[in-house]
Design a binder for this molecule. Structure first.
Ligand SMILES: NC(=O)c1ccc[n+]([C@@H]2O[C@H](COP(=O)([O-])OP(=O)(O)OC[C@H]3O[C@@H](n4cnc5c(N)ncnc54)[C@H](OP(=O)(O)O)[C@@H]3O)[C@@H](O)[C@H]2O)c1
Length: 237
């Protein structure tokens, strides 16, 4: 896809990775950049049009799809993370429901609402922001991982269905990024700007799966091997 020819909507674009996407798309010359967000009050960024969009609210998603009927590139970025000590903790179920609601069902809802515009407008693409956790499930991110695995599965079915319409469906996998979502986690983090650059390079190259960092590449490469990283015991890191 040629980003300079695209009209893009990024969900969850008021902050974090989504805002970095919106800014980078403007910098790459996208024709129009819509920033989806729950609360548009006070949002002001050069070249970016704020659009009210809440993944939990079907009416707001339909209204956004009506308003942004010229979209050719959808970035399903909005998401949440909740942390738990153990998958066996009953309290973790509330977290799991919340993350599936946003990260999986929210992504499905937005995609369904925008699919006809993407089919109609031509040269379309969808980028689903997934995670290395799609393939690596461990506390404190096990329920988050389940929500990203579900979104990965949706991405694969979606790709199969939209291929005949010429819509590129891509999933990006990445480890920790320095945003509010990882605040307080004492781990190495990548900058949002560097992640977005790699993701948009992947879209311009027509990649159906974008492995942003060495962690994602190593975990994916190990999946079909006896040394699969998801099988490693805790003391293996
Ligand atoms: N940070 C990481 O290490 C990392 C790694 C891999 C993948 N990811 C993925 O990257 C994406 C962006 O995460 P981030 O790191 O930028 O997180 P973030 O800084 O916490 O930002 C999350 C964004 O999602 C929006 N959002 C949450 N629930 C929403 C809803 N119901 N409707 C509309 N928007 C909603 C938030 O809006 P509000 O401001 O209204 O809350 C915010 O704009 C997520 O899908 C996340 O899973 C992140």
């Amino acid at each position: 896809m040629n980003i300079a020819q695209s009209t893009v909507l990024v969900t969850g674009a008021n902050r974090g990775l989504g805002l970095a996407f919106a800014r980078a798309l403007v910098a790459r010359g996208a024709k129009k950049v819509y920033a989806g967000m729950r609360d548009t009050d006070g949002f002001s960024e050069p070249g970016i049009t704020a659009v009210q969009l809440d993944l939990h609210n079907p009416a707001s998603i339909s209204a956004a799809a009506q308003r942004c009927g010229d979209v050719t590139f959808l970035v399903n970025n909005a998401g949440i993370a909740r942390y738990e000590q153990s998958v066996l903790d009953p309290a973790g179920l509330d977290h799991a429901y919340a993350m599936l609601e946003t990260n999986y069902f929210g992504t499905v809802r937005v995609t369904q609402a925008f699919a006809s515009a993407l089919r109609r407008n031509g040269d379309g693409a969808i980028l689903n922001v997934l995670s290395v956790a799609s393939w690596l499930a461990r506390p404190p991110l096990a329920a988050y991982a389940a929500s990203k695995s579900a979104a990965w599965s949706f991405t694969n079915a979606l790709r199969y269905e939209l291929k005949q319409d010429g819509v590129l469906v891509s999933g990006m996998h990445v480890g920790f990024i320095d945003t509010d979502l990882t605040e307080g986690l004492e781990v190495a983090k990548q900058s949002a700007a560097s992640v977005v650059d790699a993701a948009l390079d992947g879209i311009e190259a027509g990649l159906e799966e974008i492995l942003i960092d060495e962690t994602s590449r190593a975990v994916k490469a190990s999946l079909g091997t006896p040394a699969a990283i998801y099988l490693a015991p805790p003391d293996a890191g």
